[in-house]
Design a protein around this ligand. Structure first.
Ligand code: AMP
Length: 408
């Protein structure tokens, strides 16, 4: 079965075509700057990637180009649209409605639209992707996979904010989390790497990239996570500030003459590594500058690692210990220096890195020392595969497709 995974942003449309039986990526690409005169389409696997300048007034046009590239010419991956059995859509906000992935119908579309209040750019963009697929592939089943659904298991003591209760009742203000598909994937893979059942493990999962989030997964169930009502909360990130004293918000608005949109922009786009270093949101540039002695870059680096360290402590306390800490995404997978700083001094908590293993490159691997009570594991995330797998499972439930094994 071939599943087309779609991740639609407000001006982009990212996709992968995955064969679930072989787990091979048949094709992938992205349409960028959709709706502008500079729109272009990148299509192909690694060395065969091609960039095609193309006119794309909207997501409908982008989708038409994607399907054409998948089925014809030198970029062809399948003979016809009939060989695309289902489409899986990444949806950022599933709110209180969705605690799992679902088959898309009119009711699901209406709910995604209603939840756009909580994630205006993201959910509206996802709907454009859904409508474009409905137009071009009207009889192909579609599944919605939500970034938030993995965290619907959080207990009220973790998801409620200590604000007047009526705000929760009136506006659904609570923690929803984000990056859930990534946390779910790496927790499953970590259990496989450890050779233990997921439901017997206490895990802390860390998605450390440009966006950063951590979660506490107790016996396979997410019990806390660092992102909140929106993906601004929690850890310090590339351009996002993460958790700060909320009284700073009205104070800055007053001092800088900013309105709500202005302060929101400052916290989402001008803060984090970029805001502190004044150099970049990219950790590599901040690291290089810090190694040349730039003090603000050094501070940004220190603050980033300290932010992760504090959540490790919190989540160990929440779960009464931890068996393994799992790292993923650009920083978690690749930055040995940041990993060294995060775990420095955690020996009293039973967490010891193996310096040599930390320096090695590779795929899924353990980097803690043999004496470490707590295992530290790197798992490259694969949200697209997870979306394809959910799509396959749900479409299979609703039809008579012969199931494939997901065991790896
Ligand atoms: P992501 O959002 O997962 O793509 O991660 C992006 C972040 O990962 C950026 O801050 C990059 O600087 C960082 N990153 C990617 N590769 C490396 C590397 N080899 N060493 C250090 N940081 C890296």
């Amino acid at each position: 079965m071939n599943v087309l995974v779609i991740n639609a942003g407000s001006s982009s449309l990212k996709y992968q075509l995955i064969n679930l039986e072989t787990k091979h990526i048949l094709a992938k690409g992205i349409c960028e700057r959709v709706g502008s005169a500079e729109a272009f389409h990148k299509h192909g696997l690694d060395e065969n990637e091609r960039v095609i300048d193309a006119e794309m007034r909207d997501h409908d046009d982008a989708m038409a180009l994607v399907l054409e590239a998948l089925t014809s010419g030198p970029t062809k991956a399948v003979d016809s649209l009939d060989e695309i059995d289902a489409v899986g859509h990444r949806i950022v906000q599933g709110g209180w409605y969705f605690d799992r992935s679902v088959l898309i119908d009119d009711d699901v579309i209406a709910k995604i639209d209603e939840l756009a209040e909580l994630a205006p750019l993201h959910n509206k963009a996802a709907l454009m992707g859904i409508h474009a697929c409905q137009k071009h592939m009207p009889s192909t089943p579609m599944v919605a996979v939500f970034d938030t659904s993995f965290f619907q298991s959080l207990p009220p003591k973790a998801y409620m904010y200590p604000l007047p209760y009526e705000l929760y009742e009136k506006y659904h203000i609570r923690k929803y989390g984000a990056h859930g598909t990534s946390h779910r994937y790496i927790s499953e893979r970590a259990a496989a790497v450890l050779g233990e059942p997921l439901d017997e493990l206490k895990l802390i999962t860390c998605h450390l990239g440009n966006g950063c989030s951590m979660s506490a997964i107790d016996h396979g169930v997410a019990v806390d996570t660092s992102m909140g009502l929106t993906p601004l909360d929690g850890l310090m990130m590339g351009t996002r500030c993460g958790a700060i004293d909320p009284a700073i918000v009205p104070y800055i608005m007053d001092k800088e003459g900013l309105d709500a949109a202005g302060v929101n922009d400052l916290m989402n786009k001008q803060s984090g590594l970029l805001g502190i270093s004044g150099i970049s949101n990219d950790l590599r540039s901040v690291r290089d500058a810090s190694e040349k002695g730039d003090e603000r870059a050094m501070l940004a680096y220190d603050m980033y690692s300290n932010s992760v360290k504090k959540y490790i402590g919190q989540y160990m306390a929440v779960m009464g210990g931890v068996d393994a800490i799992v790292l993923t995404a650009g920083v978690g997978e690749n930055c040995e220096k940041m990993r060294r700083m995060i775990f420095a001094g955690l020996q009293p908590l039973g967490i010891v890195l193996d310096e040599a293993k930390n320096r090695q490159r590779g795929f899924e691997r353990e980097i803690s020392s043999d004496s470490s009570k707590v295992k530290v594991i790197i798992i490259p995330t694969n949200e697209e595969y997870m979306i394809a797998r959910d799509t396959y499972d749900i479409v299979h439930e609703h039809s008579q497709i012969v199931p494939v094994s997901h065991a790896e």
